[in-house]
Design a binder for this molecule. Structure first.
Ligand code: NAG
Ligand code: NAG
Ligand code: NAG
Ligand code: NAG
Ligand code: NAG
Ligand code: NAG
Length: 794
């Protein structure tokens, strides 16, 4: 035990660590709600299913958008940060103070009529809570439990609507955000006012459809009348209605329909509470979820429990910011950590697709984005949740035959490149194999699942597995004019699919090696070198030579300008378009850097360390790299492989705060379920991963000290800056110690987080020779034990 005197001394020397609920003050859920960030800013629990927020008319993929114009409803489920079509947002409710002239039809029912501006300065968001006041002077507040949203509407003393008496009306609409409903049913109970119903909807970036059920109950006022509405007309009879997709000359997808309950003047403070239970199973389960999770409409109690849940989730991380660090850095950091814990969403007990005792998570949206940093962040922050998410992935494979590359709303989502679930499974394998086994993950099944990706081509590889496997196995690349009669998918992206398949195969090789499957290990590590087959050594672009290029079945080269598909420079049809190109959401310039497992060979291929660093510098400074797309993350840190860790630190200090800041548009692209959040948070901790490998690059944290207490092992890992300066001039590591011993490698492995320790970094204003020698850089497949003293096979 340390003496009290020593403890006091230490406390006096250092600024007090942030911990507990105080860190939630630094979380601003509104960061990334403007300019296409699409962050979900509302109330949710960590990885919770219920996600309540106001829905903006424009830019509302995540529900509320700053500068998103009017509000059309308050809905209870969302995805966060996604592009394309909005997700979920089913069964929005909407309050009105009373109907003008006390005439029912003078209330506004369809979303096009009822939508309303808000007093923008009244928008308030914090973990587990969202509130806003509309120009009708109705204040809306919301909080949640796992499967239930709780709203508190405060009505004005005198209604703003002309000639209305204060008899509030609250409707529930059968629509969802993308207006995808094909069938729906709703009923209202005239005694209790309860509105319950269901609908069939489409996923936002995938195939198929899903059914959702809801159950809304009210508290705080006596019921005066109830009924339904269809289109812009409402009535007290009947008490239920159904819609269908089978009508003629109507658009059921956009036909407004729902039910309403009207109240007498509220009993207390002009407030009415609305409790909305949700379920993918049945209306009964939606109601029982609500009744058991929020039996007494205790808004403050529910909100406090949500705050406690967030405190528990974020508290494994502690920072000592350092005297004088700008508060904005703490806000950027904690808000980033927070956004990494919004999805995937825990739907355990709510999966109607199969009976299983395994956990069921959904909204892996998309793994193509999330494998790059989200799942590593969750592994550090909340390892048990990460294990459960991976158990759920494997169960999806058991039940449906394939791992997803994207999944939302119980449906298969579109695959954007390779089968990148292989990467997140390998990431957990190399970091926490034994602990995961103890917590129920079956690695033999995992291996069979990833082996399926590598060996079997699915009929529909647009939503699972890989296409072009016949060519991959026989020609050793995905030909630009592939002959692939074995399955169906977008026959584009030959270059980006080739490099992703190569890395996915490497990740499978890692597992095969450690599981004693040596011939598979051999085979997949060979396949991980196939990226080279699309490398055209004499292809020039700007002043650089050697780029990935299209290659045909007959082994001759095609041409795609290496700059094309750079989001900031030349970008056209570079998504999953039928007329798409050979690289996906990025250029050949970008994908030529993507050999995460064998950077040593890539650096040699590109002319050695100096030439590589010049090329990487040019890539970062010419507009060719767009950090708002997730493939831009790893290139920030690739300098480490060329023995220039100081340059990685320089780059990240450029992107933060220039591209990641505290404004509502403070992230450069879609947050993609927390991809941007986890990138910036890990970067500021000084620990960015090479995902899929047991490698964390070392750069100085943005704070004097960062610690993580492992929730499973109880061990604490601390990274401490010596000579820390808050103007970030000292960003170069001069020397380092690990647990008091000199440490020269410019990376560490996950054992640091599972076993704990202290990494102390002494900083200075200039690059030093720390971490620069060949034996200091992270492992590469082609560089064995003899040269580096360690092997990539962990
Ligand atoms: C709130 O902001 C929107 C822009 O999204 C603006 O059109 C609207 O007038 C503002 N509301 C008020 C009450 O000022
Ligand atoms: C309010 O109601 C009165 C009596 O019904 C009517 O004369 C008046 O025009 C109404 N006012 C408005 C603003 O509609
Ligand atoms: C939706 O509710 C209606 C009316 O209760 C019912 O007939 C229908 O079977 C329900 N649909 C689903 C998918 O549960
Ligand atoms: C290419 O190199 C030439 C000669 O060194 C230089 O003048 C030019 O600016 C370079 N171009 C680019 C795009 O870097
Ligand atoms: C190879 O295939 C490409 C694409 O089909 C074609 O344009 C080219 O003429 C072929 N070259 C040879 C030598 O057959
Ligand atoms: C904040 O970040 C956004 C998105 O990257 C960027 O466009 C904006 O210029 C940044 N604002 C400031 C003040 O740095």
């Amino acid at each position: 035990m340390r003496s009290a005197g020593l403890v006091l001394l230490l406390a006096a020397r250092r600024t007090i660590a942030q911990s507990g609920s105080s860190i939630l003050e630094f979380v601003d859920p509104l960061i990334g709600t403007a300019n296409g960030g699409h962050v979900f800013a509302g109330a949710t629990l960590p990885f919770g299913m219920a996600k309540a927020v106001a829905d903006s008319v424009t830019d509302g993929q995540g529900g509320y958008a700053t500068k998103g114009g009017k509000i059309k409803g308050f809905s209870h489920m969302h995805d966060s940060g996604t592009g394309g079509s909005p997700s979920l947002g089913n069964f929005p409710i909407f309050p009105q103070s009373g109907c003008p002239d006390d005439t029912l039809d003078s209330c506004a029912f369809p979303e096009t009529l009822r939508q309303e501006y808000v007093y923008n300065s009244t928008v308030a968001a914090s973990p587990g809570y969202f509130s806003v006041k509309m120009v009708s002077d109705i204040k809306a507040e919301m909080t949640v439990t796992s499967h239930t949203a709780l709203y508190r509407f405060t009505f004005p003393n005198s209604p703003v609507e002309r000639n209305a008496t204060l008899r509030p009306l609250i409707l529930a609409d059968l629509n969802d955000l993308p207006l995808s409903r094909s069938r729906g049913a709703v009923s209202v109970d005239e005694e209790t006012g309860r509105i319950a119903g269901n609908g069939t909807f489409n996923p936002s970036f995938g195939i198929g459809s899903y059914e959702l059920h809801f159950c809304a109950d009210f508290s705080g006022a006596d019921i005066c009348d109830t009924g339904v509405f269809m289109n812009n007309r409402a009535g007290s009879q009947p008490k239920h209605l159904r819609t269908t997709a089978d009508g003629i000359n109507i658009s059921p997808e956009i036909l407004p329909a729902g039910a309403w309950t009207q109240f007498e003047i509220p009993n207390n403070d002009n407030q009415i509470l609305v409790r909305v239970g949700l379920s993918f199973i049945s209306v009964d389960q939606a109601c029982s979820n609500a009744e058991s999770e929020i039996p007494d409409y205790d808004f403050e109690g529910v909100r406090e429990a949500a705050v406690q849940a967030w405190t528990d989730t974020l508290s494994p991380i502690e920072i000592k910011p350092g005297d004088g660090v700008d508060r904005k850095f703490q806000k950027i950091f904690w808000s980033g950590v927070y956004r990494a814990a919004i999805s995937p969403q825990d739907y355990t007990g709510e999966n109607p697709l199969w009976d299983s005792d395994e956990p069921y998570y959904d909204s892996y949206y998309c793994i193509w984005d999330s494998f790059r940093s989200i799942h590593t962040m969750i592994t550090i922050l909340d390892p048990l949740s990460q294990i459960n998410m991976m158990r759920s992935l494997v169960e999806i494979w058991r039940q449906e035959g394939w791992l997803p590359d994207c999944r939302m709303s119980l449906c298969k989502g579109f695959t954007q490149g390779g089968s990148n679930a292989d990467v997140i499974l390998a990431d957990l394998f190399v970091k926490m194999r034994e602990l995961s086994t103890e917590h129920g993950l079956d690695w033999e099944d995992v291996y069979e699942a990833v082996w399926t990706d590598a060996e079997k081509e699915p009929l529909d590889w647009a939503v699972q597995g890989r296409g072009g496997l016949h060519s991959w196995k026989n020609l050793h690349y995905v030909p630009t004019d592939d002959y692939d009669p074995y399955g169906v998918g977008p026959f584009t992206r030959s270059i980006s699919r080739t490099v992703e398949y190569a890395y996915d195969d490497f990740c499978i090789a890692e597992m095969a090696h450690a599981l004693g499957k040596s011939s598979d290990a051999q085979k997949y590590s060979e396949r991980s070198g196939y990226w080279m087959n699309m490398f055209k050594p004499d292809q020039k672009s700007r002043n650089f030579t050697g780029f990935l290029q299209p290659k045909f079945l007959n082994q001759t080269w095609g041409y795609q300008n290496p700059i094309f598909c750079s989001p900031l420079l030349e970008f056209d049809s570079c998504y999953l378009n039928p007329d798409g190109h050979e690289t996906y959401e990025g250029s050949s310039w970008l994908y030529t850097f993507y050999v995460p497992h064998d950077m040593a060979t890539l650096i040699t291929t590109l002319g050695g360390n100096t030439a590589f660093v010049n090329r990487l510098d040019y890539f970062h400074t010419s507009g060719l790299l767009y950090i708002g797309d997730e493939q831009g993350f790893l290139p920030v840190y690739l300098y480490h492989y060329a023995g220039r860790p100081g340059k990685s630190a320089e780059r990240i200090h450029y992107y933060v705060p220039d591209q990641f800041n505290t404004s509502s548009n403070g992230i450069p692209g879609n947050d993609d379920s927390g991809a941007m959040g986890s990138f910036v948070a890990l970067s500021m901790m000084g620990t960015f991963p090479n995902p899929g490998q047991d490698v964390y690059f070392i750069t100085p944290p943005f704070f004097e000290e960062v610690s993580v207490t492992n929730k499973l092992t109880g061990k604490k890992a601390t990274i401490r800056n010596v000579n820390f300066d808050t103007s970030y001039k000292n960003i170069y590591i001069q020397k380092a110690t690990m647990n008091g011993e000199p440490y020269t490698k410019n990376w560490f492995s996950h054992s640091f987080f599972s076993e704990g320790g202290v990494l102390e970094l002494t900083l200075g204003p200039k690059e030093s020779d720390w971490g620069t020698r060949p034996e200091d850089v992270p492992p590469s497949l082609s560089r064995g034990h003899e040269l580096t003293g360690y092997s990539i096979w962990t």
